[in-house]
Structure formats: C-alpha cells, structure tokens
Design a protein around this ligand. Structure first.
Ligand code: AMP
Length: 246
C-alpha cells in the first residue's frame, strides 16, 4: 500500500541529546500540538558503522567525517560504555513535515542557531574543534542534538535506510513495497540466494520489503547498476543485531 500524499521526515535524537536528558524536551517541541505532525515509526538504535557511513555518505572525504561517524555511533559521548550508545530514530508525518521540523531544529551550526534563532533545539548544541596529531585545529564537529531530513528526497532515502516497512503500520506507509520473491543472504559485500555459513538472511520469501531494496538486490545479483547502494539495503537489517563496540 502506498500513500504518496503524506509528507514525512526522519528525526534522529543524537547521543549528545540523550546524555543531556533532552529527549523529552525534543519530543515536546516536535509534538502534534506544536507541529500538527504525527509519529509513524520509532526505534532505539545502536548505530553500526555501515549505517553511519550510509547516513552521512554525502560527507565522505570531508575533514569532519571520521568524527561525525564516531559521534552518531555514540563513541564520543559514551566512550567506555558501548551498551549506552544509542540514537532515537523517529518518522514524523503530516503536511510540510520536512520544513516544519527543520524550522524547529534550527540552523545546523549551534553557534548560528544561537545567533539566528534563539530558542530552536540546536541553539542548545555545541561546536567542538577537531585537531590533528600536532594539536593544530583542522576543522570542527557540530554536536547539534538532532538530525532532520533536508528535503523530501533525502527523507525517503533516510527513512528507507533506518526503517524496514514493517516498522511502520501498513495504513500509513508512504513508499512502495513488494513481497520478496526469494531468499537473500548477505556476507562480506556479497548476496547469496542460499545460506552460506556466517551470512545473515536479509529477505525471506514473502517478506514485505522496500521496492527499491528488492530492485537493488536483484541488480547486484545480475551485476547491473543499482537504484541504491548494497550497504544502504543491508545496514537496516544489522540494526541491533549485536552491540557495536569496536
Ligand atoms: P547535514 O547533512 O547538513 O544535515 O549535516 C549532517 C551533520 O554533519 C550535521 O548535523 C553536522 O553535525 C555535520 N556537519 C555538516 N556540515 C558540517 C561542517 N561544515 N563542519 C562540521 N560538521 C558539519
């Protein structure tokens, strides 16, 4: 079932917000009373490296990228307690969802947020200088408490990256789904249709999956161009499989 007229967006309550006990504050700011938006799906995620890399793929190669991954994986705020590393992922639905939530979150950089929009969520964030081995400042990391999708297209990519279709009730699912027509197992960047020792079963026959994910796995098997990356399909099936503690 698809419901393409519903706007939706992905919000992540990041580890800095969790360690500061700001979850309740963020949820209140984004509540239906204030925004007219409704929660369609939610999960607590111990973010694995594959998910972090896919989520921030557009920043790959930038000086702050390695630190950004450590941040979203919870390693900065919970260096010694892997079990506490988590992010709260939420899908919000309703008219103008992307713009409304971006407005309440505020500018990406917490310094700009304080200057330009005091009172927005990110005005409570902080900016951390990044240094090289010599102690020289080479950039900065923005600990800005929440992620909010930038566009409708980004919202689709991100929601399909973090959520399986069955994480969202069928009547309010927006993106096209299909039933898997076979078994698909993943191991070390390869897809198999029969079980291989150490592989994980991504799809079984009859599973409801994102249509673009199924298209991607078929294309991988046939060595054809894929609608999205193999890791963006697989990462969500590794969520909370084991604690990411490397
Ligand atoms: P965006 O993709 O613009 O939502 O950015 C994602 C995250 O990357 C932000 O929340 C920041 O934590 C970080 N970020 C983006 N741009 C920069 C930048 N120029 N310097 C440091 N961190 C950044």
């Amino acid at each position: 079932m698809t419901n393409i007229n519903l706007d939706q967006t992905l919000v992540l309550i990041k580890p800095d917000a969790l360690i500061l006990s700001l979850t309740g504050y963020v949820l209140t700011q984004l509540s239906e009373f204030h925004t007219g938006l409704r929660i369609a799906g939610t999960k607590v995620v111990n973010v694995n490296r594959m998910l972090a890399e896919e989520h921030y793929a557009e920043h790959r190669g930038k000086v702050f990228y390695p630190s950004l991954l450590e941040y979203i994986m919870g390693k900065i705020h919970y260096p010694n307690v892997p079990s506490k590393r988590r992010v709260k992922a939420i899908v919000y639905q309703g008219p103008g969802a992307v713009e409304k939530i971006r407005g309440i979150a505020g500018p990406t950089n917490p310094h700009n947020a304080r200057d330009q929009k005091p009172g927005c969520i990110r005005s409570l964030g902080t900016v951390i200088p990044l240094k090289n081995e010599k102690g020289e400042i080479i950039g900065e990391r923005m600990d800005n408490l929440v992620h909010a999708s930038a566009t409708k297209e980004e919202a689709e990519r991100e929601i399909k990256l973090w959520f399986r279709p069955n994480d969202i009730p069928p009547g309010i699912r927006v993106y096209a789904t299909q039933q898997s027509d076979g078994h698909f197992y993943y191991k070390e960047d390869r897809i198999y249709t029969t079980y291989v020792a150490g592989s994980i079963c991504v799809f079984a026959p009859g599973d409801i999956v994102w249509e673009t994910d199924l298209q991607t796995l078929h294309a991988v098997q046939q060595n054809k161009p894929t609608p999205c990356s193999l890791h963006s399909v697989v990462a969500k099936y590794l969520i909370n499989e084991k604690c990411e503690d490397d």
